[in-house]
Design a protein around this ligand. Structure first.
Ligand code: NAD
Length: 511
């Protein structure tokens, strides 16, 4: 079972994470790159960075596997997913251990990530139903018409570090059951869990070449974006790269959906149940060290009285927050992904302070016993943040909650609408009319009402607005089915023997 994960050891004896191409493990690399254990700050393994030729080999394998996989009945494709789902459940501890070791997520958080990924596999199991065509009989005399949804061919997926199991599972199970073949380029920063998931997919009985995985960086991505054999690209990552991926892929004639970064605001209304709002804000701001694209990183308090109570409640609740190593389940959240990222997060806190905000709880130098070199940032609360501050305008992607104070709900909504990102948002209120107005008018793709992380379940679709999503279709769910298929509409007539059809020059109306 470990054959794919630890195929070779470098001179240091560390595992090398390679590629999975045509059912075989390959470690071709233009270079090896360190994979860190963020909890200890030590190098825990290495990843093979693929050059162009290796990526092209993966594309070739996917292209060769396409005709037979396309012809495989959807029910048979789905059966692979049923087995895959069981294997994911059986191996969940191993997957979560790898997520923890390379990403830093605490086991309970990694288990939640995996569960959300498995739900996407369950959705993909419904392929025969999802792919049923639209049929209309007698659109004209003796004429029937239907639309069917055909696979695209080779599809590529490019994924971020923060959900090494879940985000790939948003993509390839659905793409595969729709009849496509796939090349995945996961994050090079925590490749272990993704590689194990890929290995389990092979074990589930997927034919060789239908799914391929290459580890790599910009060179690998650029090869996928420009190769004429790749028909479509699903991307999830930061906004500058999402924009680049979308522009490059579409310029090369590909269908593309590119999900980007976020700055998710919660409005706290004067009538909110503050105790519940505080608990759920704490979880949504600091869970996974704030390294979620749906993390609530900004609270907008309506009225100074609300703000004062909110700050008092948050400050009290944060005294018990525990940051620490991934392998202690008593910790609330773990380290951030790299030392550079820790410095970037701390830099944003410094800049907020310099620009006049008030650091209420300061997590810049947390003491984590036994792990002095881990990449830790403690939970940080900042009050009196202004809309022009760098820490507000940019995605921090760390355990930092910023509070802005406004006088009215409309002012809070204007702030959210003016922000470049539009991924998720939430309102805390007991007023149904206010909540309804908010969800109706706010310019954000995913809205929570007293729900801090409104991540849609697998049978809805996930996608932000504004610069949080480039493309027309969201990820997974019904939009995923549309993204991974191409509509074809067929109109048929079988004239009765002996019936002569006259020439018709006018536009046929079938009427
Ligand atoms: P990232 O943009 O740095 O990397 C994402 C992918 O792009 C990786 O596979 C990486 O190898 C590749 N990449 C990086 N630089 C590239 C370049 N110059 N050219 C081509 N490819 C490149 O993102 P990350 O740091 O891994 O992930 C965190 C970001 O992802 C955050 O901004 C977060 O909000 C976002 N995210 C968004 C969603 C969403 O659904 N909207 C979900 C998860 C994460």
């Amino acid at each position: 079972m470990n054959a794919l994960l630890n195929p070779t050891s470098s001179a240091t004896g560390l595992p090398v994470r390679g590629h999975l191409i045509n059912g075989q493990h390959v470690t071709d690399a233009v270079r090896l790159q360190d994979v860190w254990n963020p909890s200890t700050g030590a190098v825990g393994g290495r990843v093979a960075i693929a050059g162009k030729a290796t990526v092209e080999a993966a594309i070739a394998a996917a292209e060769a596997a396409f005709p037979a996989w396309r012809a495989t009945p959807p029910a048979k494709r789905a059966r692979v997913m049923f087995r895959f789902r069981e294997l994911l459940e059986e191996n969940s501890d191993r997957i979560c251990e790898l997520i923890g070791r390379e990403h830093g997520k605490i086991a309970h958080d990694a288990a939640g990530e995996l569960q959300r990924g498995i739900e996407n596999v369950e959705f993909a199991c419904a392929a025969p139903q999802l792919l049923k065509s639209e049929y209309a009989r007698n659109v004209g005399p003796g004429i029937d018409s239907w639309s069917e949804f055909q696979p695209l061919g080779v599809v590529a997926g490019i994924t971020p570090f923060n959900f090494p199991a879940m985000v790939p599972l948003w993509m390839f199970p659905l793409a595969l059951v729709c009849g496509n073949t796939f090349v995945l380029k996961p994050s090079e920063r925590d490749p272990g869990a993704t590689l194990l998931v890929a290995e389990l997919l092979q074990q589930a009985g997927l034919p060789d070449g239908v799914f391929n995985l290459v580890n790599g960086d910009k060179e690998a991505v650029d090869t996928l974006l420009t190769d004429v054999r790749v028909q479509a690209v699903s991307f999830v990552g930061s906004t500058p790269i999402a924009e680049y991926v979308y522009a490059t892929a579409t310029a090369h004639g590909k269908r593309c959906q590119a999900l980007g970064g976020a700055k998710n605001h919660a409005i706290v209304m004067p009538d909110a149940d503050l105790d519940n709002a505080v608990s759920s804000l704490i979880g949504a701001a600091f869970g996974s060290s704030g390294e979620r694209c749906m993390a609530l990183s900004v609270a907008v308090a309506v009225g100074d009285e609300t703000a004062d109570k909110l700050i008092a409640g948050l400050t009290r609740a944060m005294q018990g927050l525990k940051v620490g190593a991934f392998d202690n389940s008593k910790n609330d959240f773990g380290p951030v992904i790299t030392a550079q990222h820790r410095d970037k997060v701390v830099g944003f806190i410094d800049s907020a302070e310099k620009q006049g905000a008030q650091i209420v709880v300061d997590g810049r130098r947390p003491q984590v016993e036994g792990h002095p070199d881990g990449f830790y940032v403690g939970g940080t609360l900042i009050d009196h943040v202004g809309a022009q501050m760098d820490s507000y305008r940019n995605e921090i992607f760390g355990p930092v909650l910023q509070v802005l104070r406004v006088k009215t709900m409309q002012e809070a909504m204007d702030l959210i609408d003016a922000h470049e990102y539009g991924n998720g948002t939430c309102i805390y209120t007991r007023d149904g009319e206010a909540a309804r107005y908010f969800s109706d008018h706010i310019k954000v793709g995913m809205v929570g009402i007293n729900v801090p992380l409104p991540v849609p379940v697998a049978y809805h679709s996930f996608g932000g607005w504004k610069r949080s999503l480039f493309g027309d279709l969201s990820a997974y769910g019904p939009d995923g089915v549309r993204f991974y298929t191409r509509r074809k509409t067929i109109t048929q007539r079988w004239p009765s023997a002996g019936v002569r059809e006259g020439v018709q020059f006018s536009m046929p109306t079938f009427g």
